[in-house]
Design a binder for this molecule. Structure first.
Ligand code: AKG
Length: 289
C-alpha cells in the first residue's frame, strides 16, 4: 500500500523524517483501538506479557502518557501491523538496507491533559547492537494536531553530531531541553515540524533524528503504534551491555552467539525473500496491512 517516490527518498535523506498520509487502512483502526484498551487493562490475548508494561489502568498515574513496549507479543492485531512484510520492505527501501527486523514496538496512548514525552534520538540507546542504525515508523490511530501532543521532529537533526542519551523520557519538566542543548552544540536554530495527519497516517524517521511530543492540550486522545526497525543482520555487542540494554533485551542473547534470536526479534523482510517463517503462523489470518 505504501508507494515511495524519488521525492520521498530525497526528503527523508534531507530532513531525517517523512510524513505519510496513509500507512494503514482505516478499517483496521477499531481493532487496533480495542487492542490498546485491552493492553492497558492487562488483557493479553496471546497469554504473553509485553516486554515493558509502563502503565496499567488499575495502577497508572492518570497524568502520564501511557506506554507499552512489544505489545505485538501480547496482541495479534498489534502484531499484524508491526510485523507486516510490506511495512518492513518500505523501511528497508527508505533506509537502504537489505533486510529489516523488529527491534521493539511502542504502544503509546496520550489521553487529554496527559504530559509530554522528552526529545531524544532513538539510536543513542542502542550501542548494545551493531550497527545501531534504526528507522522508525510512527502510525497515528487518531487524527493528530500540534495541540494534541503529536510527535514532532527537528528538520535535518539526524545530521547533527551523535549524542549520549540525556534527560527523562516520561513527563520531563521541559521536554525540548536536551534537543535545544544539542542544537546549540550543532550551531543550529532548530526547526520543529509537527506530524498532523488523519488516523491511519503517520511518519518515518531516522534513528538519529531528534523527536519528542508535547502534552495533550486537546479534548481528544492521541494513540500511536510505533515500529522501531533495525537491520536484519545486526548483532549483539556484549561489551556494551552496561550501556543501557537493561535486563529484558539482554536476556534474549543466546549462549556463545551474538546473532539475535528471531523468536524475539523476527525478520520482517529480506531482499533474498526470507521472512521469519513463524510470523505467519503466529498471525493466523491477520497478516496484511
Ligand atoms: O509517540 C510519541 O510521542 C513519541 C514516540 C517516539 O519516541 C518514537 O516513535 O520514537
Amino acid at each position: 500500500m505504501i508507494q515511495l517516490s524519488a521525492n520521498d527518498h530525497n526528503n527523508f535523506d534531507d530532513d531525517g523524517f517523512l510524513i505519510a498520509n496513509q500507512l494503514i487502512d482505516a478499517t483496521r483502526l477499531p481493532d487496533l483501538q480495542q487492542a490498546f484498551s485491552d493492553l492497558f487493562n492487562g488483557r493479553f490475548e496471546t497469554g504473553v506479557r509485553p516486554d515493558e508494561v509502563n502503565w496499567q489502568q488499575a495502577t497508572g498515574d492518570p497524568s502520564l502518557s501511557r506506554q507499552i513496549c512489544n505489545g505485538w507479543k501480547a496482541n495479534r492485531n498489534i502484531a499484524a501491523v508491526v510485523l507486516n512484510e510490506t511495512l518492513g520492505r518500505t523501511v528497508a527501501e527508505l533506509a537502504g538496507w537489505s533486510g529489516v527486523r523488529i527491534m521493539i514496538d511502542n504502544v503509546i496512548w496520550k489521553p487529554p491533559a496527559t504530559k509530554s514525552l522528552g526529545f531524544h534520538q532513538d539510536s543513542a540507546y542502542l550501542s548494545w547492537i551493531t550497527p545501531s542504525d534504526l528507522l522508525t515508523c510512527w502510525i497515528a490511530l487518531d487524527d493528530t494536531h500540534a495541540d494534541g501532543g503529536t510527535i514532532e521532529f527537528v528538520r535535518g537533526s539526524h545530521k547533527w553530531q551523535l549524542e549520549q542519551p540525556d534527560g527523562e523520557f516520561h513527563a520531563p519538566h521541559d521536554y525540548r531541553k536536551p534537543m535545544r542543548a544539542a542544537a546549540a552544540r550543532a550551531g543550529v536554530d532548530p526547526e520543529i515540524c509537527y506530524v498532523e495527519v488523519s488516523a491511519g497516517g503517520g511518519s518515518f524517521h531516522h534513528g538519529w533524528t531528534w523527536h519528542g511530543s508535547g502534552s495533550n492540550r486537546s479534548s481528544n486522545p492521541r494513540r500511536s503504534l510505533v515500529l522501531h526497525a533495525m537491520r536484519s543482520d545486526v548483532e549483539y555487542v556484549p561489551e556494551n551491555f552496561d550501556q543501557g540494554i537493561g535486563p529484558i533485551y539482554s536476556r534474549y542473547k543466546r549462549l556463545g552467539d551474538n546473532r539475535l534470536d528471531e523468536n524475539y526479534f523476527p525478520i520482517l523482510w529480506r531482499e533474498d525473500g526470507y521472512r521469519t517463517p513463524q510470523i505467519e503462523q503466529f498471525l493466523g489470518a491477520e497478516s496484511s496491512c
